[in-house]
Design a protein around this ligand. Sequence first.
Ligand code: FAD
Length: 455
Amino acid sequence: MRSFDVVVIGGGPAGEVAAGRLGDAGLEVALVEQHLVGGECSFYACMPSKALLRPAEVLREVRRIPGAAEAVTGDLDVVAALDRRDEIIHHLDDSGQLPWLDERGIVLFRSHGVIAGEKRVTAGDEEFEARRAVILGSGTGASMPPIEGLREAEPWTNREATTTKEVPARTVIMGGGVVGCELAQAYQSLGSRVTLVEGERRLLPTEEAFACAQVTEALEKLGVDVRTGRKAASVKREDERIVVTLDDGSTADCGQLVATLGRTPNTTDVGLESVGLEPKGYLDVDEHMQVPGHPWLYAIGDVNGRALFTHMGKYQARIAVDHILGKETATRHGADGRQAPRVVFTDPQVAAVGHTTASAEKAGLAVRVVETETSGNAGGSYYGRGAPGTAQILVDPRRGVIVGATFTGAEVADFIHAATIAIVGEVPVERLRHAVPSFPTRSELWLQLLERYED
Ligand SMILES: Cc1cc2nc3c(=O)[nH]c(=O)nc-3n(C[C@H](O)[C@H](O)[C@H](O)COP(=O)(O)OP(=O)(O)OC[C@H]3O[C@@H](n4cnc5c(N)ncnc54)[C@H](O)[C@@H]3O)c2cc1C
């Protein structure tokens, strides 16, 4: 049996960061990855989906700007866009990652890792002892709810949808959350005729209603057939054609069905039962990312279900590693909870952190809602005309701090970090007044928001 200080199962962004930091600290680390080092994010999720969206996003923005718009005479080059996506996902080859592991002395085992008892892991024929800890970062897979005929129709999940070499002529996307909205816009922009089906009354149901309305309008303007408030009742494949029947009796047909119906944690086949844990559902963790009752076992990233984002998995990796190294550390202020920063990379983008008006109300917070136009200032003059955009903050007047922010508009993703600092740092609004944004930048929206709040 080989012995390591720490055995990490799963080399997605969470597991990779954990292994890297432990290696940097001089610990002996084994990383067990059954597929590609870099995980879902690098090859089938964040990276390729943004690569598919970006060319059309840039083109639309340029077409909104007089002077530049006139220079655009051609259409989007779909082949070039897919080639660029392939470059970004390194043609599904993770060899570029391996020197980084080597430099840190991390030993990679390309195998399915299974917990085989306390501080024990097997990976194929190998068996390891983890002297200090086992870190589980096995992530999630696409959910496939029991809709009649769905499995038999062999829908694409995010994996096939983000790595396709050809854009289907007609696509039905089931699920209007973040992944469904992003793929709908990418596919429609790349030439597919997309129907987007969402059972809830609106797309992006957990974000602000105005954000959802602006994204829905943009998708419809592009030609996406958005059908909300109707659930798929059954799916039938007839040779090359797939027909989805909705619960109001209407149908949508396509050559390719894509299911973006949520995520299921990879906890069924990782040996949790060997240490008395239930092998299903998200794995519960405490503020150090330790599994309660099993101080040697940590679960980081999507597998613990706290906040299904790459940045949060990496944050949790840092917390777990610091704890293993004996540092006093814990997640704070619900930083990796449901109100973590999040971006929907559609055009318009939706960037949000902290509460929405609905979640604040649910939490019993009487917030003041302050709004302005994202581009309603001098800096906005340089961005495309006619692109919708709203900036909103929610202030808790009792404490004088911001508890939620949502920005929509062209390229607003980077705005969200200022709001994250204000919220997580609980910076008093009266102090924020003295954080002066440069002229002429769209960040002057902060001035407008704070002035409106004070007025
Ligand atoms: C289409 C799409 C777009 C997304 N876009 C964004 C985005 O823009 N920004 C963002 O922050 N988040 C985004 N996400 C979410 C993001 O992909 C995940 O939050 C992130 O990948 C989670 O990282 P992880 O390390 O926990 O798990 P994963 O990335 O899922 O990695 C888990 C790894 O563990 C391996 N594994 C699993 N079980 C075992 C085992 N038993 N033995 C060995 N190896 C195992 C898997 O092969 C995989 O490599 C997106 C998700 C999707 C589906």
